[in-house]
Design a protein around this ligand. Structure first.
Ligand SMILES: [Zn+2]
Ligand SMILES: [Zn+2]
Length: 76
């Protein structure tokens, strides 16, 4: 069972990544997507590392929710 060598969080609910032989959670490991652990330089507006793929997923979920409220229409 591995845990983050920096903050000690266990893999339970946290994505752990290997950085130069050290196990770090994605919150401690700069440059890694907090959601899937992929190396990324992309960040959210909040400053969290989130790869473009996961940002797309997140955005997709948000827009899907908004689209639910009668968006069958005027995009002109
Ligand atoms: Zn950590
Ligand atoms: Zn990601």
């Amino acid at each position: 069972m591995s845990e983050c060598t920096d903050c000690g969080v266990a893999s339970n609910g946290a994505v752990l990544v290997d950085v130069d032989g050290e196990t770090l959670c994605t919150s401690c490991a700069d440059g890694h997507c907090e959601r899937c652990g992929t190396e990324t330089e992309a960040t959210t507006i909040a400053g969290d590392f989130l790869c473009s793929e996961c940002q797309e997923v997140q955005r997709g979920q948000e827009t899907t929710r908004e689209d639910g409220q009668g968006a069958l229409g005027d995009f002109v």
